[in-house]
Design a protein around this ligand. Structure first.
Ligand SMILES: Nc1ncnc2c1ncn2[C@@H]1O[C@H](COP(=O)(O)OP(=O)(O)OP(=O)(O)O)[C@@H](O)[C@H]1O
Ligand SMILES: [Mg+2]
Length: 351
């Protein structure tokens, strides 16, 4: 995120003093702050200035969703306390949760032990179920938006951060607000459905669970390739990455990530039962699940969208760890190749 945010940001936003920057993502930068009267630590998300403050539609939705989010209270949701605009910036004040994000944990460990990953997914599903019951769909469930407290509690964050419901291939939306990466995005979101429901979050949670247990995202490539694969390509078997994963967890992930929302879990209750069964070693309802909704004509990306996507910049925002590692490996191989060629060249020219 541009440092123009840090440069021009006021020291005080609403009732909070900004202490230091603690992270940044597709939707802006996050700062550690202190509540000026209570003295408590808070996390303040500041959206980039290019989000059009004058766009009444975005502005209204930002206020509406932040207001609803501030009313939500759940042990697995990062609490939103305040929001507003100051100095031309939108900001959102939330609880500061100490601990790594799920993506930092995966990056550090390679992948998570599957029981731990299922436990995290179950907690996140509980938080999302509660939010959905209040009319809020997250639309950006990713490992980066899950914070893991050392106590074992998983928190889902960025709920109520108004997002545009459609993205182009750059991951940017009409107002310039990023919708996050396409790695976890459901086919219907990619197909620009404005009215996605909670099942889009179940898909993204499935992709998040896949990443946690496999150590890699389900689909890789350019933004265009990832989006196309989300819509059309069968899910690469998790066992391709981790052969000794139990069949049942693969069935559950496949059902969460079915291409058509109708083929996924019909409720968070059904999902919770299967996640609990995985932990207890009892049969899951998804046993032997195959995605019958694969490759129906309506699931394709529309022709005009294809052209839009193909013409757009394909650099992915926030590539996940596995992706970064493979880029590093590629650079190492190229450098080694150049060194080898130089040695051979020297030997030939001298001998
Ligand atoms: N409530 C919070 N408490 C403590 N740290 C937080 C909180 N929210 C975010 N962070 C930190 O700030 C970082 C950036 O968060 P941010 O939401 O901007 O990016 P992201 O989650 O990686 O991407 P996205 O734009 O898709 O949400 C996180 O990785 C996390 O380390
Ligand atoms: Mg986030």
């Amino acid at each position: 995120m541009p440092d123009d945010i840090s440069d021009a940001l006021p020291d005080v936003l609403g009732s909070c003093r900004i202490e230091k920057k603690i992270g940044e993502g597709g939707m802006g930068s996050v700062y550690l702050g202190t509540h000026r009267t209570l003295g408590t630590s808070v996390a303040i998300k500041v959206l980039p200035k290019h989000i059009d403050l004058k766009d009444p539609e975005y502005s209204q939705r930002f206020s509406r969703e932040a207001r609803i989010a501030a009313r939500l209270r759940h042990p697995n949701l990062v609490q939103v306390h305040d929001f507003g605009t100051e100095g031309g910036y939108y900001y959102l004040v939330m609880d500061y949760v100490e601990g790594p994000t799920c993506s930092q944990e995966v990056e550090q460990k390679g992948r998570l032990e599957w029981r731990r990953a299922v436990d995290i997914a179950r907690q996140v599903a509980d938080g999302l179920e509660y939010a959905a019951s209040k009319g809020i769909i997250h639309r950006d469930v990713t490992p980066g938006n899950i914070i893991l407290e050392p106590s074992g509690v998983a928190y889902i964050t960025d709920l109520g951060l108004a997002k545009e419901t459609t993205a182009d291939a750059t991951g940017l939306t009409r107002s310039g607000a990023s919708l996050g990466t396409p790695y976890y995005m459901s086919p219907e979101q990619i197909n620009s459905a404005r009215d996605v429901d909670f099942r889009a979050d179940i898909y993204s949670l499935g992709a998040t669970l896949y990443h946690m247990v496999c150590g890699t995202v389900p689909y890789t490539g350019t933004t265009f390739e990832v989006m196309t694969k989300q819509v059309r390509e069968p899910l690469p078997p998790p066992k391709d990455h981790v052969p000794d994963l139990p069949d049942e967890i693969c069935d559950v992930i496949r059902k969460m990530m079915a291409k058509a929302p109708d083929a996924r879990y019909a409720s968070y209750d059904d999902l919770r039962q299967d996640l609990t069964s995985l932990l207890e070693g009892t049969p899951v309802s998804a046993a032997g699940f195959t995605d019958q909704s694969m490759v129906t004509p309506s699931m394709g990306i529309g022709a005009s969208q294809m052209l839009d996507i193909a013409g757009a910049q394909t650099q992915l925002a926030n590539p996940p760890a596995a992706h970064k590692k493979s880029t590093g490996l590629l650079i190492a191989v190229i450098v080694l190749g150049i060194l080898l060629a130089a040695v051979v060249f020297l030997m030939v020219t001298r001998g």
